[in-house]
Design a protein around this ligand. Structure first.
Ligand SMILES: Nc1nc2c(ncn2[C@@H]2O[C@H](COP(=O)(O)OP(=O)(O)OP(=O)(O)O)[C@@H](O)[C@H]2O)c(=O)[nH]1
Ligand SMILES: [Mg+2]
Length: 165
């Protein structure tokens, strides 16, 4: 992993941020409820409350200053999204949309992609599962990219089953 590149994970309570953190860092063990900002290696994991409650937006905005990429997680098993339209434009950071839990029987991948596309007008969206490992290496590779164009070029080299742009 490129040393200077770091990613902050945001998304609703239970979206799978901590489980994805473990998968990306190849850590074993089950995620427990996140209570505060968690820095490990190149990842900053956040509590779901920080994205769900606008009162905490200032916290994630301040933390975003320390990273190169913001990962927006959308739970594919949930109907609702908590990201306002165009949310990624509020951060001057490279955006990556992540559809989580694609392995689940109740996953609606297409709905999750459209929800993320509203929040991230331009950027890659990865269809992932921390259970099957789908999309995990692709997320690592996208965080190594340094520009939106580099991410786009990478996305186009990957099957649309895993990354769309
Ligand atoms: N099927 C399936 N379940 C998952 C996946 N990722 C996470 N989960 C489950 O979703 C639940 C919540 O996961 P967490 O990783 O704790 O979610 P979080 O976003 O960190 O939640 P907060 O810390 O409360 O904000 C747990 O029961 C996980 O086992 C996945 O890829 N597939
Ligand atoms: Mg967590």
């Amino acid at each position: 992993m490129t040393k200077k590149n770091r990613a902050m994970l945001i998304g609703s309570i239970g979206a799978g941020k901590s489980t994805l953190t473990n998968a990306l860092l190849e850590r074993k063990g089950k995620a427990v409820k996140t209570q505060a900002l968690n820095y490990s290696d190149w990842i900053v994991d956040t509590p779901g409350e920080y994205t769900e409650n606008p009162f905490f937006y200032k916290n994630i905005m301040a933390t975003a200053l320390e990273v190169t990429h913001v990962l927006y997680l959308q739970d594919s098993t949930k109907q609702k999204t908590i990201f306002p339209p165009g949310f990624s434009k509020g951060f001057n950071k490279l955006p990556i949309g992540v559809v989580t839990k694609s392995d689940s029987d109740c996953a609606d991948i297409e709905a999750a992609i459209s929800q993320l596309r509203r929040a991230i007008p331009r950027g890659p969206i990865v269809i992932s599962s921390s259970v099957s490992g789908k999309g995990i290496q692709e997320i690592r590779n996208l965080v190594k990219c340094n520009t939106i164009e580099e991410m786009e070029e990478y996305a186009k080299s990957i099957s649309a089953e895993v990354v769309v742009f």
